[in-house]
Design a protein around this ligand. Structure first.
Ligand code: NAP
Length: 244
């Protein structure tokens, strides 16, 4: 039986585009309350907020840069005081980089790690006290197939997603006895702004749609029985199976 998300408060990063926007809409249709946490492009966040409201759901928009220490330090508390509770965190925001290993600068490395690893790490820490009070506590970290493989020209991105998966495994083991479920989704090529920039060679046809990842997010969050899914790896249709 599917668990209901009605009235659950979900913190979602990277809600301004791609997978995040599709997830916000899918969750809103299930009656969840959505906090769009972080984002530099306020117009994109507002557009998602309108789409969420069109689904009849409550939304709270908190723009901000996930590299900013002060934003990370305070955003979860602000969301909790707005909604009165937090049940679920989805760390979806991320950036990619398409550069040969030797050309990747220290600044590239630091930026990608601060958005793809440090921000989700800190947000997970900040949200746990609230999740402990919830009867539907869950965290989903959006990693990548790149977190399992070393794609050419993606050393910093691959390192960041391996790191994200690494700390998520530890976190899951530290909190599962507290009824907090921690999941990883590792998608292959999804047709979003990110992939258009880093893999311009890939055509829309055959790519995963953001809405398909949103469906997987829903599936994970609505599955609260005795069968627990740690990670879902998803590859695009033309890719060789079991070869993320
Ligand atoms: N697309 C793929 O093929 C693919 C495959 C595997 C995994 N993923 C992962 O899926 C997640 C979502 O990516 P997407 O494909 O949906 O890409 P996207 O459309 O580019 O979305 C990325 C989101 O992250 C936000 N973001 C980036 N830097 C930020 C910062 N410093 N502070 C706050 N927000 C920031 C962006 O907001 P602003 O634009 O407002 O900065 C944007 O909303 C990422 O973690 C990505 O690594 C994507």
């Amino acid at each position: 039986m599917k668990a209901s998300l009605k009235g659950k408060t979900i913190v979602l990063t990277g809600g301004g585009g791609g997978i995040g926007r599709a997830a916000a809409q899918a969750l809103a249709k299930e009656g969840a309350r959505i906090a769009l946490c972080g984002g530099n492009n306020i117009e994109k966040l507002e557009k998602t907020a309108c789409l969420v409201k069109d689904c009849g759901a409550e939304v709270f928009v908190l723009p901000g840069d996930l590299t900013d220490f002060n934003f990370l330090e305070n955003c979860i508390e602000k969301i909790a005081s707005h909604f009165g509770q937090i049940d679920i965190l989805i760390n979806n925001a991320g950036i990619a980089l398409n550069k040969p290993f030797e050309e990747t600068t220290q600044a590239d490395f630091d930026r990608i790690f601060s958005i793809n690893v440090r921000a989700p790490f800190i947000l997970c820490q900040k949200v746990l006290p609230y999740l402990r009070k919830s009867n539907h506590a869950a965290i989903i970290n959006i990693a990548s197939v790149v977190g399992h493989k070393g794609y050419v020209n993606q050393a910093a991105y691959a390192a960041s997603k391996h790191a994200l998966i690494g700390f998520t495994k530890t976190l899951a083991n530290e909190v599962y006895t507290q009824n907090i479920r921690v999941h990883i989704i590792s998608p292959g090529g999804v047709y979003t702004d990110m992939v258009k920039v880093v893999r311009p060679d890939l055509k829309e046809e055959g790519m995963i749609l953001p809405e398909e990842i949103a469906d997987i997010i829903l599936f994970l969050l609505q599955s609260r029985g005795n069968a627990v899914i740690d990670e879902i790896c998803v590859h695009r249709v033309g890719k060789q199976p079991f070869d993320v």
